[in-house]
Write a protein that binds this ligand. Sequence first.
Ligand code: NAD
Length: 380
Amino acid sequence: MKIGVPKEVSEGEARVAMTPDSAAQLQKLGYDCAIESGAGRLAGFADADYKAAGVEVVKTAAALWKGSDIIAKVRPATGTELKRLVKGQTLISFFDPSGNDAGMEAARKSGASVIAMEMVPRISRAQKMDALSSMANIAGYRAVIEAGGNFGRFFTGQITAAGKVPPARVLVIGAGVAGLAAIGTSTSLGAVTLAFDVRPEVAEQVESMGAEFVYLDFDEAQDGAATGGYASVSSPEFREAQLAKFRELAPDIDIVITTALIPNREAPELWTEDMVKAMKPGSVIVDLAAEKGGNCKLTVKDEKIVTENGVTIIGYTDFPSRMAAQASSLYATNIRHMMADLTPEKDGQIHHDMDDDVIRGATVVHAGEITYPPPPPKVQ
Ligand code: NAD
């Protein structure tokens, strides 16, 4: 079978779903590989690099889709792309199954199968295919770099002949994948880093990275009753205690990185307008939850704004694409591990085993049927 990778068509998307390295691995699984000319250019991979790795370079998207049994891409297919999907083909990409009814229906009608990368269950065996995590890791890192680019001071404290500089104080809210990456980046740049999460089990990890875990004066466990590595909604009393703590911290925090996420819900609002007002001029907020409404009340999705009191709020939703070379390498590796799971015989043939938790979890459309949402995984 042939795996084809088209050029991403969404505006500003610079990632690509296959690299020359991943193509070499896919060929070891028995597949032929093809790529649309120019698909890797914005991520730093030239057509010649793919050719050297044994990949066929195809001139047009139409020819690429027509000639491929499996299409791998990054962003959910657009209307034009979905029209190209045919019976028996398999599409592997992010697909947003819960918010993309039209795409799901178009895929169902086509008779193709769709594997949605955001649906890979968060179980140990599937970590190597977990593209949400690999992209969140990049987003957490880049959030701190972006904050640094907009913060007019050092991260690290310095004593110089020209004066003493205090270290920046960074607060990371939500210590999941993106949050932990942000904490690691922030501490390595020398900032005093504080972190908060509703899941108390992450405190040790936060502290082992050199950051300070923020505890609340609250009787019950600091707990959003986590399931499968994700948080659930916290009680109103807990939320009040959390906001009171943030209010207390706000005047002395220079940079806030918010990453709080509860699956399939709007982002919880945790950094309120009065907290923004209490921050010093020159402070920066990077709201990674902007896509789902934002953790900060004033965030504007995909924009950078500066408030009247001089606080910069960044709501970009494309951090992985802003690091396209790194993001493409990691995403392409996730895809090739997914292909390895789908190809147990290494014979270049997809074996769509719906008894496999990972494949079942990620398959949202299969042979003319919508198979989303999946049953809960059997293995943790
Ligand atoms: P994750 O599930 O690993 O982490 C989210 C964390 O938030 C969890 O640890 C959870 O316990 C915590 N949380 C939930 N409610 C909270 C609350 N009320 N207070 C404090 N913590 C709370 O998710 P992730 O993969 O790290 O992703 C984090 C966010 O980053 C998501 O919103 C995701 O969509 C976003 N993201 C943004 C970009 C971008 O370019 N902007 C890219 C990738 C991911």
